[in-house]
Design a protein. Structure first.
Length: 164
């Protein structure tokens, strides 16, 4: 049985693509490449900073932390490759005003690998904090607080511990 809420969320995410049917096909295999700027922007957060803010690199603990500080937001964890990132979905237009060092707001049109709505664990990119409703996004202000906390905690750590 297909969950109607998952279909609705998938349709919303797919609508960011100029050909939503293509995005739905990409979701069928796991990850859709969606452009930022129309439906959402994305803040690229370094994993060590997020882990320092959460005081953990355990995926469950990080998810609990993100849920507490970001309320109804949506966050992707991309654990592939050398650079491990979290992407907080934020309202379109955030890129114009975002000025926090160490955290990039992706420019409009940047393709972001967005996992299928039911992918909530490794391997590969997954939802650390899945959207709960259509339009679920983090406010930039809500993201700024854990960013500042994580950056402050990283500055206090010895260099050898900064890879949490």
């Amino acid at each position: 049985m297909i969950d109607q809420a998952a279909i609705t969320l998938t349709d919303w995410l797919a609508s960011a693509h100029k050909v939503p049917a293509q995005a739905r096909r990409e979701f069928d295999v796991g990850i859709a490449l969606l452009p930022t700027g129309a439906k959402f922007d994305a803040l690229r957060l370094p994993a060590p900073m997020v882990h320092a803010a959460a005081r953990s690199d355990d995926p469950d603990a990080v998810a609990v932390f993100l849920a507490e500080v970001l309320d109804d937001g949506a966050v992707i964890h991309d654990a592939y490759g050398v650079g491990v990132w979290y992407y907080a979905l934020v309202p379109p237009g955030t890129h114009a005003a975002w000025r926090m060092p160490g955290v990039e707001c992706l420019q409009p049109g940047t393709r972001l690998g967005v996992p299928r709505i039911d992918l909530t664990a490794r391997p590969g990119p997954y939802w650390a904090l899945p959207p709960s409703t259509v339009g679920s996004m983090c406010s930039a202000r809500a993201v700024a607080d854990p960013v500042a906390l994580g950056q402050a905690r990283l500055r206090q750590m010895p260099q050898t511990e900064r890879t949490l």
